[in-house]
Design a protein around this ligand. Structure first.
Ligand code: DLL
Length: 434
């Protein structure tokens, strides 16, 4: 099923024309209503008159996370406060939070794109959906909540935490779809397994997972352990929240709702567009936002775009699973390492649970690279030589994928901390070394 066939299946030419028209309107909006944007465009020697089609977008300067901090809290609004009906914020890792404001119309667009996501996952008005993303300033909870109400489904607004209650509601409310981070989904699967409640007591069929990177291996693991079909949902606070993109029944890329959020891929170092189909940093321009439109916002997320038509009938561009963030990439002894590479190897090695923690440090001017990983119950023994063999096996697999030999520390099942929201899997102590 498709929620909005006109918007989701229009021809590429039609969509490009629509995007061009909307781009012109949003550029006028920020130029005439938001001083920092006007100044930045004047410095770059661009006026709204120079933006007449989608191709002209490259003339516009980028916006980055630091801009949102510099103009905290409301300096980047393009609507008066009297039109702002909701605030969300994301904490980030340092300093001030990033604050975004929505007009009533912005909330309508958010609900519309959310409804497209849920419909693409096969959900409708007869389905019960449990939202286990956090409610509050985080966009996950209220964002998906609005989407469920828009399609007329029944929402169970659980928010995050309280795992026992989550399981009770999943079972007793006859929940068909669960929305949470993929790491929390695994934790829930583990707790359900230990509770001894039979799988047949649950109606669960669909998983709606996002807010953090997850690999194909992780998808298979969650699908197997929770008995669901697991779909990706993508989004970020600055652009709107969950619903910027979603998978369809073919699970072959995340469709971007590009009539509202126009994506580009650029080289993260130079900012130049990459060749079609190449990996780079995802950049978004909001085409219809009123409260806080963003022009060419640098997401730091790394992916690539595929413009081929999808079997599902949607013509929107699809992005590959996010490979990581430019600022997530660890450079260890000069080698680039993404936590997602480690996740893939661990999930492909049958003796390990999908729970690990990477610590990077610098000792005597040399980077150290340690991975703690949980061994599955049936493989965890007192036999030292068996454990050493396991350690070696994992180290050599990781060496062959990332080109570095890590120190592996095997730990007992369920001994690493579980997260209820976004999982933290890396501690880089080197930032404190200088
Ligand atoms: O995480 C919004 C969201 C909530 C998306 C619930 C999906 C589900 P932020 O807290 O601003 O917003 O974090 C945005 O999270 O730039 C990505 O790095 C990462 N991210 C979000 N969705 C995905 C995904 C929400 N499906 C940042 N796959 C983004 C990989 C994701 N990374």
């Amino acid at each position: 099923m498709i929620w909005n066939e006109t918007a989701e299946c229009m021809s590429r030419d039609e969509r490009t024309a629509l995007q061009g028209k909307r781009l012109k309107a949003v550029v006028e909006r920020v130029y005439f209503n938001c001083e920092p944007y006007r100044k930045r465009m004047q410095q770059a020697g661009v006026t709204p008159g120079d933006i007449n089609s989608l191709e002209d977008i490259v003339k516009l300067p980028f916006t980055c996370k630091q801009d949102l901090r510099d103009y905290y809290p409301f300096g980047l609004l393009s609507s008066p406060m009297s039109e702002i009906v909701r605030i969300h914020a994301s904490s980030g890792t340092t300093g001030k939070p990033i604050v975004v404001g929505y007009t009533r119309n912005d909330l309508g667009v958010w609900n519309e794109v959310g409804a497209r996501c849920l419909t693409a996952y096969g959900l409708g008005k007869n389905d019960v959906v449990q939202v286990s993303y956090g409610y509050g300033l985080f966009t996950g909870g209220l964002g998906v909540h609005g989407a469920v109400e828009t399609i007329g489904g029944t929402v169970v607004p659980m928010s995050s935490g309280n795992t026992d209650k989550q399981i009770l509601m999943l079972r007793d409310m006859g929940v068909k779809a669960l929305c949470c981070t993929p790491s929390y989904a695994l934790h829930l699967a583990e707790c359900i397994e230990r509770s001894g409640i039979p799988r047949s007591d649950f109606q669960l069929k669909v998983g709606i997972f996002g807010a953090e990177p997850w690999t194909e291996q992780m998808r298979k693991e969650i699908e197997r352990r929770l008995g669901v079909k697991a779909f990706d949902i993508y989004g970020l606070t600055e652009i709107t929240g969950p619903g910027v993109g979603h998978e369809c029944e073919f699970q072959c890329g995340t469709h971007i709702n590009e009539d509202h959020f126009y994506p580009e891929i650029v080289n993260p170092e130079t900012g130049e567009p990459v060749a079609p189909g190449e990996v780079g940093e995802l950049v978004f321009t909001t085409l219809t936002k009123e409260g806080m439109p963003l022009i060419r916002f640098r997401t730091h997320d790394l992916t690539k775009l595929n413009y081929d038509k999808c079997e599902c009938g949607r013509t929107s561009v699809r992005m590959s699973k996010i490979m990581g963030r430019c600022d997530d990439m660890l450079i260890i002894r000069g080698v680039n390492v993404f936590p997602s590479q480690i996740e893939s190897v661990i999930l492909e090695t049958e003796e390990f649970e999908p729970h690990f923690f990477i610590t990077v440090d610098r000792v005597n001017n040399t980077d150290t690279f340690e991975i703690k990983v949980e061994v599955k119950e049936q493989f965890y023994t007192d036999d030292i030589s068996g454990m050493l063999k396991l350690q070696k096996k994992l180290a050599s697999r990781i060496q062959s994928v990332v080109g570095l030999n890590p120190t592996i520390r095997l730990v007992e099942p369920r001994s690493l901390q579980r997260s209820e929201g976004k999982e933290k899997r890396v501690l880089d102590k080197r930032v404190f070394c200088n």
